[in-house]
Unconditional design. Structure first.
Length: 254
């Protein structure tokens, strides 16, 4: 069994063949797929996929940092309403992204703080997006010192010191297709990290692993990531699949 802890399979990139894509995932042994939200515009499609595949696709609710702008309070109101009215397994995808645009940096930080508070109060894990913002994100989480706060730093590709910082806060590392890239550097990091702190993800339709790099990513391709990660630990791929799935069970409670 394999678990994809981060997939956006509800996005338009899969509209033409979503069912076939999911069947390929199931056939590959990927039977658990977690779906982080982006913003208000993606919620209907997210809920539709989760409703169509309730035994396999598990919805998360949150506001993605690149969707934070001058109306972020309206977006957050939507997130809070959804959390009040529906069952979600975590809050995400949330965080800080300073790669594309820093215009709304202050608003991104405020949105993150608010959503971390909701996660703590509701005892829900968070899925955190960090891009060019590791120090800022760690500082916010550390200063908040919120109880019951756990989750995943999505798409981890940082240094060993950064990995240790994340783990010391009680968070897991989300490992995806980047781990298969020749110069990812994760071959120098993960062997020094206890695998009980990692989970696997695809970030579909983005960041497809080798040999699919540059193509549309999909949950079935997590097998390639699992093989790569198993090599880092000199473990059978079946054991990595089982271990990372168990890690995801502890995080999300299912």
């Amino acid at each position: 069994m394999l678990t994809d802890t981060h997939s956006h399979i509800y996005l338009p990139e899969f509209n033409a063949d979503r069912s076939e894509t999911l069947q390929r995932a199931f056939a590959a042994g990927v039977t658990r797929i977690f779906l982080p939200n982006v913003d208000q515009s993606t919620t209907p499609a997210l809920m539709q996929v989760a409703g169509d595949y309730p035994d396999n696709c598990f919805p998360l609710m949150g506001l993605h940092p690149t969707s934070v702008n001058e109306n972020f309070q309206d977006e957050l109101a939507h997130v809070e309403t959804m959390l009040d009215q529906h069952k979600f397994y975590g809050i995400g995808e949330i965080g800080i992204d300073l790669y594309w645009d820093k215009t709304f940096r202050d608003q991104q930080e405020e949105a993150l703080k608010i959503q971390l508070g909701w996660a703590s109060a509701r005892s829900l894990p968070v899925v955190i997006h960090v891009r060019n913002s590791h120090a800022e994100t760690v500082e916010i989480i550390t200063k908040a010192a919120l109880p019951n706060l756990t989750g995943i730093f999505h798409c981890f590709s940082g240094t060993l010191d950064q990995a240790k910082e994340i783990i010391e806060m009680g968070f897991h590392l989300g490992i995806g297709g980047v781990s298969t890239f020749k110069n990812s550097g994760l071959d120098q990091v993960l062997p020094h990290i206890d695998p009980k702190w990692i989970v696997l993800e695809t970030d579909s339709p983005y960041l497809a692993p080798v040999p699919f790099r540059g193509q549309r990513n999909e949950p079935a391709y997590i097998v390639n990531t699992a093989i790569r990660v198993a090599g880092f630990y000199d473990m059978p791929v079946e054991d990595i699949g089982k271990l990372t799935t168990e890690n995801s069970r502890r995080i999300f409670g299912i």
